[in-house]
Design a protein around this ligand. Structure first.
Ligand code: CP
Length: 315
């Protein structure tokens, strides 16, 4: 059984194929529906709010010829204490695959352990692998570096600003290690990457291609990409005051971009909060490629689902 819970769940050849096929899906979108998931039913179990992920998966599943079922966790018996094991085993009897957005990464791992259908990570508090693959595809497109992330992203410098302990920072640490990207994390001392991501990389023999700094200028200097995410992630609302205060020096502004390479890209996984993690003016520069990132979620996720379902056919 093949699941996609982390960026490292595909091997190098599989990643190259997934990126190539995502690009093919994008070019040939008029030829839908594709038959990759023809006649299947895919569940989308969401414990947390979403705009891009939920809608891009729903549209993508339909475009692959399958039927998406959106399941709000609060409307299921999980909310009333039914175990993940029983839920996973029951859903496996109805569905061909399950996409999950949840809190702890242990929850999705437990679903995967007890599912006899593929499970796909649509964000946990630890990682956001679908977002990262789509973002890497977007950087390749914008820099004209081909479709292979192992070749096209090697040696690039990405500066991540703000909450450097969040799932997106973790996912960039992982993408950096996989693709040879120098990842510079600029954020407050209290919000540094947690030991879990270091242990995850060490356990897989991945190199450390990142460093943390509290100096925003050092991070942005000569960067190819400046990236940020919300300062108050879902589930952290109680820490809002402290977070806004500590992260203030790490807002991405026009000055931040001016310190980077001339053609530096500005990226944000959205939703954006202008005036908090990013200045309004930055969102309107030609360097800002947020909407291309959001669009590529659709094409990349279709490619991930196609690849996962191929494993099923080959098994
Ligand atoms: N970037 C992202 O995951 O957006 P949503 O929370 O809207 O799904």
């Amino acid at each position: 059984m093949k699941h996609f819970l982390t960026e490292t769940d595909f091997d190098q050849n599989e990643i190259i194929e997934v990126f190539e096929h995502a690009s093919r899906f994008k070019k040939n979108r008029e030829n839908r529906p594709d038959s990759a998931l023809s006649g299947q039913s895919w569940g989308m179990l969401f414990y947390k709010n979403s705009t891009r992920t939920r809608i891009s998966f729903e549209v993508g599943i339909r475009e692959l010829g399958a039927n998406p079922l959106i399941i709000d966790q609060s409307s299921t018996q999980i909310r009333r204490g039914e175990s993940i094991e029983d839920t996973a085993r029951v859903l496996s009897r109805y569905l061909d695959g399950l996409i999950i957005r949840t809190h702890g990464h242990d929850i999705i791992e437990e679903f995967a352990r007890h599912s006899s259908i593929p499970v796909v990570n649509a964000l946990t508090d630890f990682l956001h692998p679908c977002q990262i693959y789509a973002d890497c595809m977007t950087i390749l497109e914008k820099t004209g570096q081909g479709l292979n992330p192992f070749e096209g992203l090697r040696g690039k410098k990405l500066a991540f600003f703000g909450d450097t302990s969040c799932n997106m920072a973790n996912s960039w640490i992982l993408a950096g290690a996989l693709f040879g990207i120098e990842v510079h994390l600029a954020g407050p001392a209290d919000f540094q990457p947690r030991p879990e991501i270091k242990e995850f990389c060490q356990a897989r023999g991945l190199p450390e291609t990142w460093r943390h700094t509290q100096d925003p200028n050092e991070a942005s200097r000569d960067a190819d990409v400046i990236y940020t995410d919300v300062w108050v992630s879902m589930g952290c609302e109680e820490q809002e005051h402290d977070r806004l205060l500590q992260m203030e020096p790490f807002r991405v502004t026009a000055e931040t971009l001016a310190g980077a390479k001339e053609n530096c890209l500005f990226m944000h996984c959205m939703p954006a909060h202008p005036g908090e993690e990013v200045a309004q003016e930055v969102l309107h520069t030609p360097q800002a490629i947020l909407f291309d990132q959001a669009e590529n979620r659709l094409h990349m996720q279709k490619s991930i689902l196609r690849k996962i379902s191929h494993f099923e056919k080959d098994a």
